[in-house]
Design a protein around this ligand. Structure first.
Ligand SMILES: NC(=O)c1ccc[n+]([C@@H]2O[C@H](COP(=O)([O-])OP(=O)(O)OC[C@H]3O[C@@H](n4cnc5c(N)ncnc54)[C@H](O)[C@@H]3O)[C@@H](O)[C@H]2O)c1
Length: 262
């Protein structure tokens, strides 16, 4: 029970990495607020946790909408005594529409900035206020991507937005340390998630899978320890969420199977 008596708010917890974290955090004793745009997915995760004997509540949340995030944090934390100990800013994701700065559709740029950067900003704004109010410190976990730590061609919108999340992680770590609130960021490599599998099935000829593309950076060979599985992210998130990482803040933790080292 590494998260006993803690309350966790996880955005995008209805699928993929966020859903896995919600289920695991609950097994480790946390009460989990499943903050999700897709009501069916969010309810399903919350019901699965409760059916297994854990504590969870689904709240509707669109991380790109200020009023929605404020309401979700208030409603979710009220259900568990007004406390918030863990904020996992997980909602996000790239699309096949991303491209180089000279050619990409501006709609994709704003989609990324809103979902990745504004979403992290807003959830932190209301989540950290709640942590400060409860006065018992906390752990914020942001989500970037290894793409934002190296030069990756053809992903300029996503990379720029995730790079901003990395910068925000460091400034918030400094700002909220006096409150005992730690802020870290997980930067995953390519994860074998349902979304990535769908992406590959739906767009088998997309340029990121095209080894002859002049901008291709071979992603698969560079994952030195094999492709990343969702549970690899859950382990890192659990460490950052728990008191085991109580002296860890401002870190960008790459879970990239050595991709950035190769
Ligand atoms: N899967 C990968 O290979 C990979 C790699 C690097 C980084 N990441 C990052 O990890 C995070 C999770 O990725 P995933 O693959 O699990 O994604 P996913 O698409 O499987 O799940 C994302 C969830 O977020 C929800 N969501 C979307 N927009 C939302 C919004 N506006 N408000 C609230 N919820 C919203 C979706 O409904 C979905 O349930 C993202 O930030 C992504 O950028 C993923």
């Amino acid at each position: 029970m590494r998260l006993k008596d803690k309350v966790a708010f996880i955005t995008g917890a209805g699928a993929g990495i966020g859903a896995a974290a919600a289920l695991r955090f609950a097994r480790e004793g946390a009460a989990v607020v499943v903050a999700e745009l897709d009501a069916a997915r969010g309810r399903d995760v919350a019901e699965t946790i409760v059916a297994a004997g854990g504590q969870a509540r689904y709240v509707h949340c669109d991380v790109t909408d200020e009023a929605s995030v404020e309401q979700a944090v208030a409603e979710g934390t009220e259900a568990f005594g007004g406390h918030l100990d863990i904020l996992y800013n997980n909602a996000g994701g790239s699309t096949p529409h991303d491209d180089m700065v000279t050619v990409v559709d501006m709609a994709e740029f704003w989609r990324c900035i809103k979902l990745e950067l504004l979403g992290t900003f807003l959830s932190s704004r209301f989540g950290i206020r709640q942590m400060q109010k409860a006065g018992r410190g906390g752990s914020v976990i942001n989500t970037a991507s290894y793409n934002a730590t190296i030069g990756t061609a053809g992903r300029d919108c996503y990379t720029a937005a995730k790079g901003a999340v990395i910068a925000l992680t460091r400034s918030m770590a400094v700002e909220y340390a006096p409150d005992g609130i730690r802020v870290n960021c997980i930067a995953p490599g390519v994860v074998i998630s349902p979304r990535m599998t769908r992406f590959q099935q739906d767009f088998p000829n997309h340029r990121i899978f095209d080894k002859k593309n002049r901008h291709h950076r071979p992603e698969v060979p560079s994952h030195l320890l094999g492709m990343i599985e969702i549970e690899d992210l859950t382990h890192m998130a659990l460490f950052l969420a728990s008191d085991e990482s109580r002296r860890v803040t401002g870190r960008i933790e790459l879970v990239d199977s050595g991709a950035t080292a190769s």
